[in-house]
Ligand binder design. Structure first.
Ligand code: OGA
Ligand code: NI
Length: 353
């Protein structure tokens, strides 16, 4: 074909499966002004500092559900080691990584671009995903790495095991602050998630010859409850707020926290789970570590009494459902986007009238 007749997509050097529609590629113009919440006072038991932290969290959750936390209690050396181990893993030859390839129907293992589930709008990334049970064995992560990738990878498993223990503590502290911020018993959500689990993922975004045509992860909201993300200094995480894409400035000393759809349902829609995406770069690769906190699978997702009323002003927005129902919907029937929870609700009610 004459070059003249080729569309811009056909002239590029990336496979067309990775090219996203223009409306998803609109550039971010500014930074999000999310609060940076200092948790030091909370961990010391300082009432006033805790109230202040809760107030900042409340304001951001009513609007978009994104904030950052500093003095979060997770050892910075451990975070660096987790990044180092993940990076070392992604630099292994593809044949080594594929030993632990994610199998059809499984959530766990190494995968590239979700290519086993989808064939268009593929994300420009590699992932390593495993589960972490809050009340599970203290060698479960080590066992995952060994059973998926063999004997040589024990150190990686040990580091991630400790990383998960640390982030679990932070996740429960955040649940306490979310409870306070909602004006309900501070132990309510902490206890709700005490016996929960997490989907833990290292995301590797390789350099891309055409960063303006693709995305590291397309616009989506997280179906899970709360996401605790640590990103390197490259930047690329963006949030859709006030009809604009806004970037989140990387802070080495902070975790980025965002609410997912399940937490939005737990607050009867009061707190927001918000659309976000990750862009990629031509000359810089990027890494992020995500800890997606989830309730135990059979727990009923239902807001506490104070957040709805049978009277007109605060009716229930979503049906009672379990995380198991919602997880199955998002992993078997639906690709997460801005309307996941709404469409799940319709689908769920049609089967459970
Ligand atoms: C995700 C996500 C963003 C990032 O994995 O759900 O939104 O910056 N990641 O890696
Ligand atoms: Ni996300």
């Amino acid at each position: 074909m004459d070059d003249f007749f080729k569309t811009s997509a056909e002239k590029t050097s990336i496979p067309k499966e990775y090219i996203w529609p223009e409306e998803d590629l609109v550039l971010a113009g500014e930074e999000l002004e999310e609060p940076v919440v200092d948790l030091q006072g909370f961990f010391r038991g300082d009432w006033e500092a805790t109230q202040h932290a809760a107030m900042l969290v409340r304001a951001s959750c009513l609007k978009h559900g994104f904030f950052q936390v500093i003095n979060h209690g997770v050892d910075s050396h451990l975070i660096n080691m987790a990044h180092y181990q993940a990076k070392t893993f992604f630099k292994l030859p593809i044949s080594e990584k594929q030993k632990g390839q994610q199998q059809l129907g499984s959530k766990w293992g190494f995968s590239v671009a979700h290519a086993h589930r989808f064939s268009t709008k593929l994300p420009w990334k590699e992932m390593l995903t495993f589960g972490f049970h809050h009340e599970g064995s203290n060698a479960a992560v080590v066992d995952f790495f060994q059973s998926f990738f063999g004997e040589g990878i024990e150190e990686t498993g040990l580091v991630f095991q400790r990383y998960c223990e640390g982030v679990k503590k932070l996740s429960l502290a955040i649940m306490e602050i979310l409870g306070i911020s909602l004006g309900i018993d501070k132990s309510y959500f902490r206890e709700f998630f005490q016996d929960g689990n997490a989907i833990v993922r290292a995301n590797f975004y390789p350099t891309c010859p055409e960063p303006g045509l693709t995305l590291g992860i397309g616009p989506h909201s997280d179906p899970t409850s709360v996401t605790i993300l640590h990103q390197d200094q490259v930047g690329g995480l963006e949030v859709f707020v006030d009809n604009k894409w806004k970037s989140i400035r990387p802070r080495h000393d902070a975790f980025v926290i965002n609410l997912g759809d399940t937490f939005m349902a737990l607050t009867n829609g009061m707190y927001k789970s918000c659309l976000h995406r990750a862009t990629v770069k031509k000359h810089q690769e990027r890494m992020s570590l995500t800890y997606f906190l989830c309730p135990r699978e059979d727990k009923m997702i239902k807001p506490p009494q104070d957040l709805f009323s049978s009277r007109e002003e605060k009716p229930r927005k979503y049906p009672d459902f379990t995380w198991f129902d919602f997880l199955r919907y998002t992993s078997e029937h639906y690709r997460a986007d801005e309307a996941t929870l709404q469409n799940f609700t319709k689908w769920f009610i049609s089967f459970n009238p």
